[in-house]
Design a protein around this ligand. Structure first.
Ligand code: FES
Length: 171
């Protein structure tokens, strides 16, 4: 049984309908996004389901997850806050920003806050090099970009996200 198809039959069909049958493997990206939406990461079962639908190997699917910073293969924060530290951004203080930001959150780069709300990651160019420090915030709702950030503004955002999540849980 294919759990992904069983659960999201209509969405899977509408994704597949966008690609010619002989190129259906191109649907791997939206299917991964769909699979990730619920748990915040792509489970081994979802990888197998996607491979089955697209007639790929699970290794092919796993390699795509490994290549793109948009996909995760293990549990992490509800929000992924991804800071660019490439050279142009580093010249504008991105590394110090990231270090101080993580220090204030009590985590290291690549880790998740204790309440599992935010994971902080280091990424390469986000195409806003002259407006660093810059990060993208990724969640099931999509991606939002934040430019010209300070540690204080980023911490303020994290507080708002934590409050939003606490409100959802009734915490
Ligand atoms: S180098 Fe950081 S956004 Fe381009």
């Amino acid at each position: 049984m294919n759990n992904l198809v069983e659960k999201y039959r209509q969405e899977v069909q509408s994704i597949l309908a966008k690609y010619p049958l002989e190129q259906k493997r191109a649907a791997v990206m939206p299917l991964l996004y769909l699979a990730q939406r619920e748990m915040g990461y792509v489970t081994p079962q979802s990888m197998a389901d996607i491979a089955d639908v697209l007639e790929l190997s699970t290794t092919d699917v796993a390699s795509i997850i490994g290549f793109y910073t948009l996909y995760y293969d293990e549990p992490s924060g509800k929000y992924h806050l991804q800071v660019c530290t490439d050279l142009p951004c580093a010249l504008r203080g991105a590394e110090q920003f990231l270090e101080k930001f993580c220090e204030n959150l009590g985590i290291r780069v690549g880790e998740t806050t204790a309440d599992e709300v935010v994971s902080v990651e280091q990424v390469t160019c986000l195409a806003a090099c002259n407006r660093a420090p810059v990060f993208q915030l990724q969640s099931g709702d999509g991606i939002t970009y934040y430019e010209n950030q300070t540690v204080a503004s980023a911490l303020d955002l994290v507080e708002r996200l934590k409050k939003r999540e606490a409100g959802k849980d009734g915490r």
